[in-house]
Design a protein around this ligand. Structure first.
Ligand code: FES
Length: 81
């Protein structure tokens, strides 16, 4: 079961549609990216302070870290360019 969830969470949607990172709380990658950029968050701890992400099964933590890293890189490039 865990392998299937990780696979689904790592699909790259080129059409811009959202994917759920935290299925237990219905938190999408777009919501994590938006909150990361709005609040200057750089790690999962920051997201967990303002959302319940990871508070049930915790299987979303690894994917959430990847989404946050992407958001931080995107923000850095946006500021630089
Ligand atoms: S998927 Fe996030 S707590 Fe279960």
């Amino acid at each position: 079961m865990e392998t299937i969830l990780v696979y689904i969470a790592s699909i790259d949607f080129k059409d811009g549609s959202k994917m759920y990172v935290c299925l237990c709380h219905g938190i999408s990658d777009k919501k994590i990216m938006k909150l990361t950029q709005q609040h200057g968050i750089t790690d999962v701890r920051g997201i967990r302070q303002i959302t319940p992400l990871g508070s049930m099964c915790g299987k979303c933590i690894r994917t959430a870290k990847e989404v946050i890293e992407e958001a931080v890189v995107a923000t850095t490039f946006k500021k630089a360019g």
